[in-house]
Design a protein around this ligand. Structure first.
Ligand code: FAD
Length: 418
């Protein structure tokens, strides 16, 4: 598309940030509307998969992300009694692949600093309604923002706008959520692993090294604690009980949390499942969690939002008209995402629920199944974000893989910043 479009992006999370940057760089006139008065990261840290790293590579931000993040080679989960449940190593799929533990703040700052040219960010502007046919937004104060050729709705998993673009097939809160925070990494023994501990599906703790941020050189880890959403409020009534529960699951993690205020030092996270058959109408399109919210069990949400942004840019480049581009974007992204929705819905109750039988089967079967060649390949493909549909794969560019190969040859200590 050669025409310069007037684009509105609603939401300045990872998906909105990447979209604003990619479309501005293609010469479009982009304005972002963000509800929060001082936009910034929400939550602690996350795992960026090879497909997400590929988008940062396209944006020219991979080196900076690698400088701050921590190369993660292995995902290891065990019961509190020490029985392995999950043991996945990226190198078993391809020796150059790895995940990158990254602070939310690092990712936010990298994307934010890169979007300077023609930047128009309306912070503190919560959009209340979208007129997809007219290309018009109305914010909570009643102000009308009109004349857009394209409106990208990237307002996250609890999107209040998704139904205005297309009815959701599914849009419901998940009964379990999480609390998460950053803690100092210091001498943590598993510097290049995402580690998790489980007690059935009732209790789950995770620790992921996530490195540094541009404004803070102290390496951190992202801590994750699963609990029913309905129980979150009550944690403040009995913080010692919370600490005892964590200690029973994972004493080393409880030690790391000793200086963290409970519950105020922990950010609450609630999940939603949302699915749309159609992602676009008129001039408006859904992107990121607004289009396909799922539990973070597979650790894919940021990666998928980044891929959405790249796919939208590419569709706009090759299609002559906006509606054609939106249809091409939806078709490409839905064919990739379907299998992640499926696994997310099946796996989440095995890790976060009150069920008893399913987690017992998980403890008995998950690890042996993941050792079978077919099972291992499938799990690793899903983990890396490179599974497309049931059997297809997402091809990663050779030059990007060469860059990862260079990185893999560097010793891990250099990344951990320890
Ligand atoms: C505990 C937890 C762990 C996770 N771990 C991982 C992981 O390891 N790897 C991974 O890839 N993903 C992970 N995720 C998922 C990931 O965080 C999300 O999928 C991702 O942030 C979605 O990005 P987004 O841009 O679509 O939405 P968000 O990042 O939620 O951004 C939405 C933005 O829209 C703004 N907004 C909302 N409503 C309005 C409005 N009406 N008007 C204007 N602005 C509005 C919000 O303020 C926000 O800034 C995790 C999630 C959780 C909760």
């Amino acid at each position: 598309m050669t025409k310069r479009l007037r684009v509105a992006v609603v939401g300045y999370g990872s998906g909105g940030q990447a979209t604003a940057l990619l479309l501005s760089r293609d010469g479009h006139d982009v304005q972002v509307f963000e509800r929060v008065a001082q936009p910034g990261p929400v939550g602690a840290g996350f795992l960026l998969q090879p497909v997400g790293l590929r988008v940062l590579w396209e944006l020219g931000l991979l080196d900076a992300a690698l400088a701050h993040g921590v190369r993660i080679g292995r995902l290891f989960g065990e019961t509190a009694a020490g029985r392995p449940v999950m043991d996945m190593r990226y190198a078993e799929l391809d020796p150059v692949l790895f995940g990158l533990g990254l602070q939310r703040g690092a990712m936010f700052q990298l994307l934010d600093a890169a979007w300077q040219s023609g930047r128009r960010l309306h912070a503190g502007s919560a959009i209340a309604s979208v007129d997809a046919e007219a290309g018009r937004l109305i914010d909570g104060g009643g102000n009308v923002h009109a004349g857009f050729d394209l409106i990208v709705v990237a307002d996250g998993s609890a999107s209040s706008l998704r139904g205005q673009i297309a009815p959701a097939v599914l849009d419901r809160p998940y009964p379990w959520g999480a609390q998460w925070c950053l803690v100092d990494q210091a001498q943590w023994p598993w510097a290049d692993e995402l580690r998790q501990r489980y007690v059935a599906a009732r209790r789950m703790a995770g620790m992921l090294p996530v490195g540094t941020r541009p404004d803070d050189p102290v390496p951190k880890m992202s801590f994750f604690w699963s609990l029913p959403s309905a129980a979150m409020e009550a944690v403040g009534d009995a913080p010692e009980r919370w600490r005892d529960a964590l200690k029973a699951v994972w004493p080393e993690a409880a030690e790391r949390l000793a200086a963290t205020a409970v519950p105020h030092g922990l950010a609450p996270a609630r999940y939603r499942d949302a699915m749309h058959r159609r992602w676009h109408r008129g001039r408006a399109v859904l992107l990121g969690d607004a289009a396909h919210a799922m539990s973070p069990q597979l650790g894919q949400g940021v990666n998928m939002a980044l891929l959405d942004a790249l796919a939208l840019r590419d569709a706009l480049r090759v299609c002559g008209k906006v509606p054609e581009a939106l249809a091409a974007y939806q078709a490409g992204r839905r064919s990739h995402l379907g299998v992640y929705h499926f696994w997310s819905r099946w796996l989440t109750p095995l890790f976060q629920s009150d069920r008893r039988v399913a987690p017992a089967l998980r403890d008995a079967l998950f690890h042996p199944l993941s050792r079978l060649p077919g099972g291992r390949g499938q799990m690793l493909r899903v983990l890396t974000g490179t599974r497309c549909g049931w059997w297809g794969t997402v091809a990663l560019p050779a030059a990007f893989l060469d860059r990862l190969a260079t990185e893999v040859r560097r010793p891990v200590e250099l990344h951990a910043g320890a």
